[in-house]
Structures are given as C-alpha cells and as structure tokens.
Design a protein around this ligand. Structure first.
Ligand SMILES: C[S@@+](CC[C@H](N)C(=O)[O-])C[C@H]1O[C@@H](n2cnc3c(N)ncnc32)[C@H](O)[C@@H]1O
Length: 430
C-alpha cells in the first residue's frame, strides 16, 4: 500500500514538479517573482520546486528552440511549461527519463483543460528520450540563452560583446552561497574569499553551523563590498537609506556604527528586524519614504543601496529578465537621482555617501555618479583601488568600482554591482 506523503498521495518528485509548473505560471503569466514562494508547497518539495523553476527559466531559450522543431502548433501555455521543465531536467540536470516523462504526462492529465494534450506531451518526450545521446548533443549544440534585447543592447555598448557573452554564460552557471561573518567567525567547509566573504556551494541555510547563533548572514560577496569601502565604522552615525532586507544594516551594526535603517516597505523592514534579532545586533528602524523623511540630526555616513533593475542578480534570480522591462529603467534612474540628492542633505559637512546598485547597467551606476558630481561641484569621489578590497584590477571604474558576474569565474563569480564613495565639502567628521 502506498504511504501517504506530506503532499497527499503525490510522491515528492511529482509534487515538486507540479509546484515548479505553478511557479513558472506565476512568473511568466502573472508577472510575480519566484521568491514570492507561490509553489503551494513547503519543506524539501518547495525548495526543489523553486530550484526546478529557476533552472527552467535559465534554460528556457534552449528548451523552446528544441520544442519548436517538434511541434507544428504552439500548445497551451501550461503544456509548454511542462515540456520546458521536462526537457530542462533531461538535458541540463540529467534526470532519469522515465520519471520525467511519466510525471510530465501525469501533470498534463491533472487538469480538464490540458488532459487532451497529455498524448502530445507523451509523444514529444518519448521521441526525445528514445535517443538521449542525440538529444543531448542537439541541446549542447544550441546557442547559449541570451538576455532580452533591451538589456543586451546597453550592456554590449558599455562592456563590449565579449564581456556581454561572458556575463550571459555566468548567468547560466548560477551562484554559490555567500555568507558575511561577524568578525572572527568561520564556517566549516566554507572558503574565505579575498574580500572577506565565506563561500559554500549551497545547502539549506537554516541548518548550517552558526545560523541559530547569528554568527553570519546570507549576502552575495559583491553586495558585502560597499560597507567595506568605509573602513572603520566604530562610533559613526550611519543612515542605511534603503535598508531592507538588511544585509548592509547588519554589516554596519556589526562594525560598531550607530545605525538608522530606513525603508519605505514595512513588510521588508520586518525582515530587517528578524535579521537583527537573530544576530543580536541593533539598529533604529524607520519606515518612511526617503524622499519625504527628515532626520533630527545629520549623519557621518549615508549608505544608499538604491532601488534598481537588480539585473546584477540575474544569476540568482533567473526570473528577472522575464519580469523587468525597458521602461523600468527610466522610472528607476529618476528615483535614484532624486534619492542621491536627498541623501546628500542628510550628511554632516565632510560626510560620506556610499552609492551602490546591484545593476549591470551603467545608467544605474557610473552615469548616476558622474551626473551627481556635475550637479554638486563641491562633492568629490574618493578614489578606490580594487586591490585594497581583494578585488581584481578589472573592477576599477571611473569614480568607483564596477563588478560584473563574469569576474572571478574560477571562484564561482560575483553579482553585478556598481559602488562609489562621495565626500561632501567641509570638515571631516572625527
Ligand atoms: C536594493 S534594495 C536594498 C537592499 C538592502 N540595502 C540590503 O543590503 O539588504 C532597495 C530598497 O529600497 C527601498 N525603497 C524604494 N524606494 C524607497 C524610498 N522612496 N524610500 C525608502 N526606501 C525605498 C525598497 O523597499 C527596497 O527595500
């Protein structure tokens, strides 16, 4: 007799695949992020569903190219997702063919709307799995998936075609698990990067040693650098202006600063509070629109990790190219410029503004800082030497540091980021 599972009578593999199909629909048709966790599952099946949906989004270009030659007409959207997932599992994961095909057919049969197309799913997948070596050779010979044209164009213009292709290859490889440790903390099995972050291949975060003790937090190695640019933080009054979910707030507090963590989103600020509780660190939390809020006293440092397209995090979030649009750039760059000007009004004379964005686009990084320096002639950019922060020379950039995901390919890469430190005129605070 079949034992009941946490997913009713469904085995975990079928539950995870069903969850992945649900997630693909959320991203591709409802425009929701994968991280909204809408698979309807929990525990290991939810984690597997999320991983499968992400893998399918990463390889969607290849799967679509292969499916196109095998079907005369476009099937229903859900059937297309079932086939994309199956093909990705077969070719990119090397999953066992019988399980993949049986579950794909079972998923097609689950709904009256798609059950009639179960035969098509079966025929296409049986055809592909009949000669797996040939199918794999065809998959391998396909061009690597590319970014949407609205992103490719500006990236090729800023970084060149070779670099663009290297970035796209890095997106396909995915990302390791990076941790930012409190001073003196190490994690068994983790490699220490020259920038100070600890790197693991992956794993369930909440069962890693030191999680419950709050010894570290999850933060991409690139995202951990902006705070490191500030050096000693002891006793400084620091405003983390767009703080949630709080990776940089934790770094600032752990470095001995008096931190005010402000964000417009109360929901996201709850994550900052949870992170502070777990790590035993403290910061004053403010829920406000930075463009309207005014502090009672100025700050020595403002860290502005501005809202942006987040295109630097595509290797972790393969849903982003499907959710963002070219028109987002204009809205976000306008907000970034307003936030920079607002942030400068919060500083003491001689105070420092760290501006950073996890974007691949120069308009959200280099151009913003160049324009701010022109608008405010008394502002200066503090020169940053990549080597002083453990980074390769390729990270050198006008006024700041530019990280792209193809850097450190042999170590597992980095998210894309731009960062600069600007100083206002006047006395330097102690
Ligand atoms: C890139 S995220 C910040 C990530 C964060 N610094 C970290 O390291 O975890 C940008 C944040 O800006 C916030 N935000 C957007 N517009 C804002 C505004 N007008 N005022 C304050 N926060 C804003 C968003 O809610 C979001 O949490």
């Amino acid at each position: 007799m079949t034992q009941p599972t946490p997913h009713g009578d469904m085995p975990e593999s079928l539950a995870a695949r069903t969850g992945a199909i649900r997630l693909l629909a959320h991203v591709l048709r409802d425009g929701r992020m994968l991280s909204d966790g809408a698979s309807g599952l929990d525990g290991p099946a939810a984690a597997r569903a999320l991983r499968l949906a992400g893998l399918t989004l990463r390889h969607m270009g290849q799967a679509d190219a292969m499916l196109k030659t095998r079907m005369q007409r476009q099937p229903a959207a859900k059937i297309r997702d079932i086939l994309r997932l199956a093909l990705t599992e077969l070719c990119a994961e090397g999953s066992a063919a019988h399980g993949v095909v049986n579950d794909a057919v079972a998923m097609a049969r689950m709904s009256p709307k798609t059950t009639k197309q179960a035969g098509l799913v079966n025929a296409v997948l049986r055809g592909l799995t009949a000669d797996m070596p040939a199918t794999l050779a065809e998959w391998e010979a396909l061009p690597a998936p590319t970014l949407p044209i609205w992103l490719r164009k500006p990236l090729a213009a800023s970084w060149g075609r070779d670099r663009l292709e290297a970035i796209e290859a890095a997106h396909l490889r995915g990302a390791p698990l990076d941790l930012t440790p409190k001073p003196g903390v190490s994690v068994p099995g983790a490699v220490e990067l020259p920038t100070g972050s600890l790197r693991l291949e992956g794993g369930q975060v909440s069962i890693l040693p030191g999680f419950a003790e709050g010894d570290w937090w999850v933060q991409d190695a690139a995202a951990a650098i902006p705070v490191r640019l500030l050096g000693d933080l002891t006793g400084l009054r620091v405003l983390d202006l767009c703080a949630a979910p709080g990776g940089k707030t934790l770094q600032l507090a752990s470095g001995g600063a008096h931190v005010t963590a402000l964000d417009i989103s109360g929901k996201r600020l709850r994550r900052v509070s949870q992170n502070l509780d777990r790590t035993g660190l403290t910061a004053e939390i403010v829920e406000a629109d930075a463009l309207e809020w005014t502090p009672e006293e100025p700050f020595d440092v403002v860290l502005l990790d501005a809202p942006c397209t987040a295109t630097g995090t595509i290797r972790r979030h393969p849903d982003l190219p499907h959710l963002r649009e070219a028109r987002d750039i204009e809205t976000l760059t306008k907000l970034q410029y307003q936030l920079i000007d607002r942030a400068l009004t919060f500083l003491n004379p001689g105070g420092r503004l760290v501006f950073c964005t996890c974007s691949l686009l120069a308009v959200e990084g280099e151009h913003q800082v160049s324009a701010a320096l022109k608008r405010h002639p008394s502002l200066s950019a503090i020169p940053l030497d990549p080597a002083s922060f453990g980074l390769p020379e390729a990270a050198a950039s006008p006024h700041g540091l530019r990280l792209l995901p193809d850097l450190w390919a042999d170590r597992g890469g980095l998210d894309g980021f731009y960062m600069a430190v600007l100083r206002t005129a006047g006395a330097t605070p102690a």
